[in-house]
Design a protein around this ligand. Structure first.
Ligand code: NAD
Length: 257
């Protein structure tokens, strides 16, 4: 599968799943635009590393996905956006009656509203060039709920709904729009929580991972960022040209329960 000649924009891609997805798209030959809201030397270095490793063009563009105008400016700055991966996301956990308004607003803005703005900005160019792939990184929480995650669950269900609407609006164009719904993924952020949880529960690493972190993931294995990148590359392939408006769970069986 070669994505050579295509440009991919991956929001929130200076770490975790976004970076993993950008790397797999680059491995498949796509030029990539990395993004986050910071503008550090490390961010630009990451893009240079991806370019050197995979022999593609890669650059980093700062844009804050909590702001509609910056979402749209990111697409503009990319020049072409053939593949749009909406990945940027944050989390906050609290009972709904104590849920801080600013956290609610930030989660809805970054996790859901940004998908509206980048998609609206990217579609005209995709239509003009006659090809496009939109991949929204939703979550198992786009299909099911957990307590204390009202904003996250609302935003991710919103993304799944928007995915279906965009798929219908582009059904007769050579453009697809799908959502990937990961369960628990081993990112640096998740890895960093393991030692503290081991101490808190006085458990070894394996027990913490299987009994606490992956309590709802029947496989008892984390998904990896490479697997999410591979799923994204598949959705960009010709084999997936008639897959649109759907969700693909990469969750070790979570949503089968
Ligand atoms: P992460 O914290 O490593 O990555 C989040 C990315 O979003 C980072 O690059 C961060 O810089 C960026 N970001 C945050 N706020 C931003 C903003 N205002 N503007 C631009 N970028 C911003 O987390 P992750 O686990 O890699 O999560 C990536 C996506 O995957 C999120 O949408 C998350 O909801 C989803 N997800 C993660 C898991 C998991 O287990 N890790 C499971 C299901 C879904």
């Amino acid at each position: 599968m070669s994505l050579s000649g295509k440009t991919a924009v991956v929001t929130g891609s200076n770490s975790g799943i976004g970076l993993g997805v950008a790397r797999e798209l680059a491995r498949a030959g796509a030029d990539v635009v990395l993004n986050s809201f910071t503008d550090r030397k490390e961010d630009h270095d990451l893009a240079a590393e991806v370019a050197a490793e995979f022999g593609v063009n890669a650059r980093y563009v700062k844009a804050d996905m909590s702001k509609g105008a910056e979402c749209r400016a990111l697409i503009e700055a990319a020049g072409a956006c053939d593949i749009l991966v909406n990945n940027a996301g944050i989390q906050h956990v609290s009972p709904i009656e104590d849920f801080p308004q600013d956290k609610w607003d930030a989660i809805i803005a970054i996790n859901m509203n940004s998908v509206f703005h980048t998609t609206a900005a990217a579609l005209p160019g995709m239509r003009e060039r006659g090809w496009g792939r939109i991949v929204n990184i939703a979550s198992a929480h786009g299909l099911t709920a957990s307590p204390y995650k009202a904003a996250y669950v609302a935003a991710k269900h919103g993304v799944v709904g928007m995915t279906k609407t965009v798929a219908l609006e582009t059904a007769q164009d050579p453009i697809t729009c799908n959502a990937i719904c990961p369960g628990y993924v081993l990112t640096p952020l998740v890895e960093a929580q393991i030692p503290d949880t081991m101490r808190e529960y006085n458990m070894d690493r394996d027990t913490v991972v299987k009994e606490i972190m992956l309590a709802r993931q029947p496989s008892k294995e984390f998904a990896t960022v490479e697997q999410l990148g591979g799923t994204t590359v598949f959705l960009c392939s010709d084999a997936a040209a008639q897959i649109t408006g759907t969700t693909i769970s990469v969750d070790g069986g979570w949503t089968a329960l």
